[in-house]
Design a binder for this molecule. Structure first.
Ligand code: GTR
Length: 352
């Protein structure tokens, strides 16, 4: 695999003569490149958020959990924007690692969530329904948060992925004041299009100490060059509204693109990164998702850290390569965020 990666000749994350103290600056440059060329530029964070607690149940999930239903509001260019979140955490007065889960609407994502098991294992979960932020369709930005900010129409306006990621950071604003949340173990996670979103949220907001991409594929953790399944051309044709206009320039031109998705995975360094694939998910391309994790791992190594600990063969199915700061697994099965994935993410966080 290392040889395959080397042969790809990816644009360099680190410039010649790189020294560790340059990383912060270079990391910000990577995020700027991705903002200008792929996901669009996010507005600045609001000065503060307002929290309206609609439910604060200390006896949730049969008694063992805190369960809160909360509205988060903040000022935008065109008035207040409000969205709801749900929060669960163990009810023991201690601080816990918390997942900010950027979720599909409940019918698709909430049901298979092993929520009770997560709380029993000592994890909290704050989840938002992504379409409470912006609809997942081409609505000409007339709904949700999209209509709250003026558009520049210069190719760099944010797409829906940016909007969903921005909301994840507002959940982090809420968690900063939440006594059961250990901000040193704050994770952001999403599946598929929301795995791309979790990576983008993690690249922009360093409060996310663990960034977890489940089957994020094209324009997520998967390297675009020499990729199976979905391509930049296809994704910008079917889902143009996920990205900024500029991203279309690279349709069919992956090899000439001045960046690749390892800019995104590397932008998580020096925090923890977990990339996962599913064995039958050729649309996302497990091989290139692994390459995205490996390429990031090289940056961690250059920073004097342990990157992805991996024996450089085909990855063993269902094995979590989680010893370093970058982790990877390929779960047997199809495109899904499964209990088996969550268990591996919890093990990783608990081990650090
Ligand atoms: C597909 C899309 C992928 C992935 C997936 C999902 O249709 O091509 O990039 O994001 O949807 O989000 O389930």
């Amino acid at each position: 695999m290392k040889e395959i990666l080397a042969k790809m000749n990816l644009p360099k994350v680190l410039e010649d003569g790189f020294v560790k103290s340059d990383w912060d600056k270079r990391r910000r440059e990577l995020v700027d490149i991705l903002a200008n060329e792929e996901f669009g530029i996010m507005p600045s964070a609001p000065d503060k958020i307002d929290v309206e607690v609609k439910l604060d149940n200390k006896e949730g999930l049969g008694g063992g959990a805190v369960h809160k239903e909360v509205n988060i509001s903040f000022d935008t260019e065109k008035g207040k924007f409000t969205f709801p979140i749900t929060y669960f955490a163990p009810n023991d007065g201690k601080k816990h690692p918390v997942f900010v889960y950027i979720a599909f609407t409940p019918a698709r994502a909430f049901k298979p969530l092993p929520l009770e098991e997560m709380v029993e294992k000592g994890f909290g979960l704050a989840f938002l329904d992504y379409q409470d932020i912006a609809l997942d369709k081409d609505d000409e930005n007339e709904n949700g948060i999209a209509k709250m900010y003026a558009r520049r129409n210069d190719g760099t306006d944010w797409g829906k992925i940016g909007m969903w990621a921005f909301a994840a950071s507002r959940v982090a604003d809420f968690l900063e004041k939440e006594e059961s949340c250990d901000m040193e173990k704050l994770a952001v996670i999403g599946h598929s299009r929301l795995g791309k979103t979790a990576l983008w949220a993690g690249a922009n907001d360093e409060r996310f100490k663990f960034v977890i991409s489940n089957d994020s594929g094209c324009s997520g953790a998967a390297i675009s060059r020499d990729k199976e399944g979905e391509s930049i051309e296809r994704i910008t044709t079917v889902f143009p509204y996920w990205f900024c206009e500029n991203y279309k320039k690279y349709a069919g031109k992956e090899d000439d693109c001045p960046f690749d998705q390892h800019f995104l995975t590397s932008a998580i360094a020096p925090r923890y990164l977990y990339v996962a694939s599913a064995s039958q998910d050729s649309w996302a391309c497990p091989r290139n998702e692994l390459l995205g994790a490996m390429a990031a791992g090289e940056i961690y190594e250059a920073l004097g850290m342990t990157g992805l600990v991996f024996e450089d063969a085909q990855p063993k199915a269902d094995h979590s390569y989680n010893e370093g700061s970058v982790a990877y697994h390929v779960r047997t099965g199809n495109h899904f965020l499964a209990r088996q994935d969550w268990l591996k993410y919890m093990d990783f966080i608990a081990s650090k």
